[in-house]
Design a protein around this ligand. Structure first.
Ligand code: FEO
Ligand code: CA
Ligand code: CA
Ligand code: CA
Length: 514
């Protein structure tokens, strides 16, 4: 048997082989249920499930592992499958509305029925959508600032990639590649690229964007606590040669204060990692001004502006937050190979970062980096790091993306080889994208074993376990992404009766046994 203990209730699994089949393949003894697919009705009002699902987060209802709310991100729309082509070089108002509606997030109520099948409850009183049309509040230093054109409220969220869970039972959803939709819809680009917070149980909790956490191509947000009780949020900027960030709140977490802890995300220090010195650099207006006024300070080649231009641009903290990557480069943070998901190990407070790849530097298959904070304190300003696992033929994975931990310290890693490259050239042996399980301690440490193979051109995203770890939710994103002619889709997963096109869908995987 080649398997190993995967989590506290699982026993063993036998790793699968890579596959190019148009199916979600799991190890022997495991099964999946399609819980919600694109355009399914999610509530009595007739709202529908969005497109290209990514991050998932299960919130138990009354502590249940068999009924809860699932938050699901919707990352992007599609000309072929959703909103259609431009007419006369432009999208119509109706197309733009549709493009904005299918992005954002869905809150769906899910349950396991008497036959052990996971289903969506379309009669749910909780089921609702948060979309590119929903009004949002801005919080933090950039709220109402010139840098966001004086906005205190903004329209909608989109490009929602991965996310995280706060310590106070709300969801953080991350706006990643927002430029396309904001340009198509004629919206102010400075209102996107933020971390968004939603309470899935309570529509009266104003949905908000926390500007103190900076603006970039946010992949996810991993929340933890410093030794002194301040809240820490680790974040990646999924861009070639981009930095790793963390936010440390000014105030301290108060478990009895519940959801009002959300205010902690309004004020604090945003840091970027300098991997040469092992120091977290505080991104403050004071640091920017001090550097620019220093005669000996040399502007790094990655920043395309003169000292005079920068002095005119950076006047207050809002300017720093709206232009986070430029400030990180200016102050000497280290460019890295597309940091996607980050997770804090529940065992030792080390931080795992999926550096997916960077073809500019010949890092074709990517790697997983591990940060060790000084004194194992997430609030530390110094750290050390190692390359925990490298992608490639030997490890069997390429392009690590979303991560999650099980309670035995296994790192669940999905892969995201671009659809256009799948099964070709140096990507041939990997075949379709997959899900891998990598122990972070013990004798198999660092050894990746394949748990799932995705349908054609899909990426397995958003892995999230129920608290009892008997169910693993995942979102199958962009099956048949390379389709150019709706009559000839490259995938038809999930192969629903009567369907002529593929549908991104959330699945519940079960089979983890005592
Ligand atoms: Fe949306 Fe970086 O993945
Ligand atoms: Ca991703
Ligand atoms: Ca990716
Ligand atoms: Ca993707």
């Amino acid at each position: 048997l080649f398997g190993f203990k995967t989590n506290k209730v699982s026993g063993y699994f036998e790793p699968i082989e890579p596959s190019s089949a148009d199916e979600l393949i799991l190890p022997k003894g495991f099964k999946y249920d399609v819980v919600a697919a694109y355009n399914d009705i999610i509530n009595p009002a007739g709202d529908t499930f969005g497109f290209n699902n990514d991050f998932t987060l299960y919130f138990p209802i009354n502590g249940s592992n068999e009924r809860g709310l699932l938050w699901v991100n919707h990352e992007y729309s599609s000309e072929v499958f959703v909103h259609g082509e431009k007419k006369g070089g432009k999208y119509t108002a109706e197309q733009i509305k549709q493009m904005l509606y299918v992005q954002g997030g869905s809150i769906i109520e899910v349950y396991r029925d008497a036959n052990g099948v996971w289903k969506l409850d379309p009669t749910s009183k909780y089921g609702r959508r948060v979309t590119g049309l929903t009004p949002f509040e801005l919080t933090g230093p950039a709220r109402g600032s010139k840098a966001v054109n004086n906005a205190t409220k903004v329209q909608g969220t989109f490009a929602n990639c991965s996310g995280g869970m706060t310590l106070w039972n709300t969801v953080l959803s991350c706006e990643e590649n927002y430029e396309g939709t904001s340009a198509d819809a004629g919206l102010d680009a400075t209102h996107y690229g933020w971390v968004v917070e939603v309470d899935p149980f309570d529509p009266s909790f104003a949905v908000r964007k926390h500007t103190a956490l900076g603006r970039f191509h946010h992949e996810n947000a991993a929340v933890g606590l410093a030794k002194d009780g301040r809240v820490v949020v680790y974040m990646g900027d999924d861009t070639t040669d981009a930095c790793v960030y963390k936010f440390v709140s000014k105030g301290k977490y108060n478990p009895s204060a519940g959801r009002s802890n959300s205010d902690l995300l309004k004020e604090g220090t945003l840091y970027a990692a300098d991997m040469k010195s092992g120091k977290w650099i505080a991104l403050t207006i004071e640091a920017v001004t001090k550097a620019l006024k220093d005669e000996k300070f040399k502007i790094p080649s990655s920043v395309k502006a003169t000292k005079e231009e920068l002095l005119a641009k950076y006047k207050e903290q809002a300017d720093v937050l709206v232009n986070t990557p430029e400030v990180a480069n200016l102050l000497g943070a280290t460019p890295t190979d597309r940091p996607e998901d980050l997770e804090i190990s529940p065992f030792d407070n080390t931080i795992f970062i999926a550096h997916t790849n960077n073809d500019k530097h010949g890092n074709i298959h990517g790697h997983i980096t591990r940060f060790f904070e000084k004194g194992s304190d997430l609030g530390a300003t110094e750290f050390d790091f190692e390359i925990f696992a490298a992608g490639g033929r030997q490890s069997g994975f390429s392009a690590p993306d979303n991560l999650t931990f099980d309670s035995n310290g296994n790192l669940w890693t999905v892969t995201d080889i671009s659809s256009s490259k799948l099964g070709k050239g140096v990507y041939t042996t990997f075949q379709n994208n997959g899900v891998f399980v990598i122990p972070t301690h013990g004798s198999n440490k660092g050894e990746a074993l394949q748990f799932a193979s995705a349908p054609i051109e899909a990426e397995m995203t958003g892995p999230w376990f129920t608290p009892d770890e008997r169910t693993l939710f995942m979102a199958v994103q962009h099956p048949g992404e390379e389709t150019s002619d709706l009559k000839k889709p490259t995938s038809k997963w999930p192969h629903r009766k009567g369907d002529t096109m593929p549908r991104p869908a959330v699945v519940a995987i079960s089979g983890f046994k005592l």
